[in-house]
Design a protein around this ligand. Structure first.
Ligand SMILES: C[C@H](O)[C@H](O)[C@H]1CNC2=NC(N)=NC(=O)C2=N1
Length: 112
């Protein structure tokens, strides 16, 4: 496991301040396969994972769901034939939090 993936998530609080663009870019260096997108003015962390078929994409989606449930922090998962897109952001603060980068790192850990 990478050090980011092993980091502890902080409890989700509505009073937390979303990370700045520069802070996000700094954290992104540890997640070279991921990218930051902006949607409805909200920065989000996203990556596409490709698979041989739908069953493998679905099984991966379940593993990511297990990571999310364990952390109490959840992504958007789009599962298609041969592809799963994972997008993390912190809904309560309408932006990115260190938790999102930690869970993106954990997402990479469960990708076969
Ligand atoms: C009540 C529940 O714990 C909260 O709504 C959690 C659930 N999962 C969550 N996931 C994400 N990504 N952001 C949140 O703000 C969030 N809040």
């Amino acid at each position: 496991m990478t050090s980011l993936a092993q980091s502890q998530c902080e409890p989700c609080s509505g009073s937390a301040i979303p990370l700045s663009y520069d802070a996000c870019q700094a954290h992104l260096k540890a997640l070279p396969e991921w990218q930051i997108i902006e949607h409805d003015g909200i920065m989000k962390l996203t990556r596409q994972f490709t698979f041989r078929n739908f069953a493998d994409a679905l099984a991966f989606s379940q593993r990511v769901g297990d990571v999310a449930e364990q952390a109490g922090h959840h992504p958007v998962l789009v599962t298609e034939w041969g592809k799963t897109t994972v997008t993390w952001w912190s809904h309560k603060i309408n932006g990115l939090h260190l938790n999102d980068f930690i869970l993106a790192a954990r997402t990479d850990e469960v990708a076969e």
